[in-house]
Design a protein around this ligand. Structure first.
Ligand SMILES: [Fe+2]
Length: 278
């Protein structure tokens, strides 16, 4: 397991490895007193790894955060909720646009299935809103953005479900920070930069949209991270269509260049296997 020690003071962030060769996003944050926070979780094929890891961590999830309504983020949770076995989950936080909006923008059966599950587990799911603050074992988790802001636009061209990602910022007791951007797109990223500017500065960042075509360089210039977490398999990290480095259509190599310009030295890449930041 790759370990990056930046001094989180007894807290850890595990970036789960990719089990299906396709992009997905899954993190477990663990506190010194054994509290567990999961972010997203990945696809159905990622559920087993997640079960094992959560099992090792005590089989109880205190907080589960879902960034947005896409299957590479919520399907592992959906799988687990269908059969929790011995796992217990206290609260799941999310904020999705209306079913109608989702079905208009990107009609997907699986999204409707997940919303059905949310509706049938109303004791478990809680909506988070901009400026909400969650506290757990010394960590402050702030919701920086309004994930629904772009859904109010009448002209929906160029707006996708990615733009409805909830941006969570973790502040650890020693003031180290980790920013989770989900799959935030360009326009939603611009809104974030406009509102926060240099206040976005964070020690760790989860690269928007698997590092491949999300928030713009302007956002990262404000974040000035020390560590980048890339929820990307190796082919995506290398933008490799099977014909070698940078032969695909994704922006990952360009985004890597932005981080090089910013002098970022530490990268955790999902395709390399599990990584833990402590
Ligand atoms: Fe995604």
């Amino acid at each position: 397991m790759k370990t990056l020690d930046i001094g989180l003071g007894g807290y850890s962030i595990l970036q789960a490895p990719n089990m299906t060769h396709t992009q997905m996003m899954s993190y477990i944050i663990r506190t010194p007193n054994g509290k567990n926070i999961v972010i997203d979780g990945g696809r159905p094929g990622d559920a087993e790894y997640l079960r094992e890891k959560i099992g090792e961590y005590g089989n109880h999830v205190d907080m589960w955060l879902i960034t947005h309504c896409h299957d590479d983020h919520f399907c592992a949770l959906m799988e687990i909720l269908r059969d929790q076995k011995d796992m217990t989950i206290e609260k799941i936080y999310y904020n999705f646009p209306s079913r109608e909006w989702l079905n208009k923008i990107e009609p997907m059966d699986v999204n409707n299935e997940f919303i059905d599950i949310i509706e049938s587990h109303s004791d478990l799911f809680f909506v988070v809103k901009q400026y909400d603050e969650l506290e757990i074992d010394g960590i402050n988790i702030s919701v920086l953005n309004d994930p629904l802001s772009l859904t109010k636009e009448t002209d929906t061209r160029g707006i996708g479900i990615n733009d409805t990602s909830v941006v969570f910022r973790f502040t650890f007791p020693n003031k180290k920070t980790s920013l989770f951007l989900g799959d935030l797109g360009l326009r939603a990223g611009d809104l974030l930069e406009e509102e926060y500017g240099d206040k976005l500065k964070s020690d760790i960042v989860q690269m928007a949209h698997h590092g491949q075509d999300g928030a713009g360089e302007n956002v990262y210039k404000r974040i000035r991270p020390e560590v980048c977490m890339w929820a990307a398999p190796m082919w995506l990290w290398n933008n490799d269509a099977g014909k070698g480095f940078n032969t695909h259509t994704f922006k990952t190599v360009i985004v890597r260049g932005w981080m090089e310009k910013l002098g970022v030295k530490h990268h955790a890449i999902e395709g390399e296997g599990p990584a833990i930041i402590i």
